[in-house]
Design a protein around this ligand. Structure first.
Ligand SMILES: Cc1cc2nc3c(=O)[nH]c(=O)nc-3n(C[C@H](O)[C@H](O)[C@H](O)COP(=O)(O)OP(=O)(O)OC[C@H]3O[C@@H](n4cnc5c(N)ncnc54)[C@H](O)[C@@H]3O)c2cc1C
Length: 396
């Protein structure tokens, strides 16, 4: 049996008590995706991993007892995840002023293909990159999400392997899909080189897989595309409680949703836009978002958002060398238009403001960092809120 001091990262037991039960778990499912013994599963829409092993209690793992630490290594909220990820991806920790993470450049982009423009949430950059990658042999699949049919208008992980599937998955849903779970399907289909799309909570596994040498999945995920995000909502609360029951909008009549200072819903039947003040949606924010300090998907290869003055353009933060190469390739090939971010003077200010605000969610007294990393969030304090109750074993 391996003791905690011999093991560098801890196992499911430490992950459970330090992340899942403290409310730091965002529900990204990196632990479930990487578990080599398949003893972790995922509760949706509670958005939490749980142990299904029959021989141990819910908070322990037989393989962990024997030395397996993969789930904790993969977790993008375990211990010094931010410092380790910054160092692995960028060769240094961030400076205090790098409040939206380390970046090479920020630009505005828009798909030149009208079909992608039509379905993209903002400028369609994410879908353009995926289609480019699939059609040029750079990836053989994308771990992304689409609107579910049952239940209607939830968001579920899926693997897109061609242009039609990418276009069908474009746009934003504001409930949560743990896109990494689509890896199981990708593995069944023998797909080896994958792009991962997701919010910061999900794309930070780009950093932890590299930093902590989870080699199999570090090699397999060859591009991560981050979505800026201040929160997502529970399906029962937002879609069923608020939209269907309170507002009386049948879920099969929703054409599109968006958040631009308010929650916007477009009806299929009438084309009408219905606006809901964000404060009315606030009660349905997922618990996993309440401690998330990462607005700007700070460890993705490329992070994307829709803030700023230019509707129909994607705010694009290029972070890594491979991100820069992908963007240059599609730009040189004429697949996207690129605008200097200086054309929208307000957007950088807004990005910094939203990123700084969200960093206050991390449960520490001070966000000044610790001695090892002046700009980074330190390890969580004991003040992290009590998280979900331990699941009864029969659930697991
Ligand atoms: C929950 C959520 C909150 C967001 N909040 C903000 C914000 O506060 N400010 C901001 O500037 N931008 C925010 N965004 C990002 C923005 O909405 C766009 O996704 C981003 O600008 C990329 O636009 P695009 O046109 O390039 O992407 P598209 O080409 O439209 O591609 C979007 C990709 O995102 C995937 N996706 C959509 N919904 C989800 C989901 N719920 N879970 C996982 N994957 C999903 C799709 O499958 C698709 O691959 C948010 C996105 C989401 C999903």
């Amino acid at each position: 049996m391996t003791t905690d001091t011999e093991r560098q990262y801890g196992q499911w037991k430490e992950l459970y008590y330090e992340v899942v039960s403290t409310g730091l778990c965002t529900g990204c499912a990196a632990c479930v995706m990487t578990c080599p013994r398949d003893v972790l599963e995922y509760e949706h829409p509670q958005y939490h991993p749980y142990n299904v092993e029959e021989s141990t209690a819910f908070d322990n793992c037989m393989h962990g007892e024997r030395g397996c630490d993969i789930c904790a290594k993969a977790c993008p909220r375990f211990r010094l995840w931010e410092v380790e990820s910054d160092t692995a991806l960028f060769g240094r920790t961030r400076l205090p002023e790098e409040v939206f993470g380390i970046a090479r450049e920020v630009v505005l982009t828009r798909a030149n293909d009208p079909a992608i423009q039509a379905v993209g949430q903002d400028g369609g950059l994410v879908s353009t990159l995926l289609v480019w990658g699939l059609e040029h042999g750079k990836i053989d699949g994308a771990l992304t999400s689409h609107v579910s049919k049952d239940p209607l208008w939830d968001c579920e992980p899926w693997v897109a392997t061609n242009r039609e599937e990418v276009l069908a998955s474009a746009g934003s849903r504001y409930t949560y899909a743990a896109n990494a779970l689509a890896m199981k399907e990708a593995e069944k289909r023998g797909l080896k080189s994958l792009a991962l799309v997701g919010m910061g909570c999900q794309t930070s596994m780009n950093g932890t897989l590299s930093a902590r040498s989870v080699a199999k999945y570090r090699r397999r995920i060859t591009l991560t595309l981050g979505l800026l995000c201040s929160k997502s909502f529970t399906y029962p609360g937002l879609m069923v409680g608020k939209i269907q029951n309170d507002l009386g909008i049948p879920l099969d009549d929703i054409a599109k949703v968006n958040i631009k200072g308010k929650f916007q819903i477009w009806r299929k039947s009438t084309g009408e836009e219905i606006d809901v003040p964000l404060k009315e949606c606030q009660p349905f924010m997922r618990e996993g978002c309440t401690h998330c300090p990462d607005f700007s998907a700070e460890h993705a290869d490329i992070s994307t958002g829709g803030i700023g003055a230019f509707q129909g353009w994607t705010l694009t933060i290029v972070r890594t060398e491979r991100g820069a190469e992908w963007l240059k390739e599609i730009s040189d090939a004429g697949w996207i238009s690129v605008k200097d971010v200086a054309e929208d003077p307000g957007v950088m200010k807004l990005l910094r403001k939203m990123a700084a605000k969200q960093r206050e969610r991390w449960p520490v007294d001070s966000l000044e960092g610790d001695a090892r990393a002046p700009g980074a969030v330190p390890p969580p304090s004991a003040g992290a809120s009590a998280g979900p109750d331990a699941p009864p074993k029969e659930q697991a």
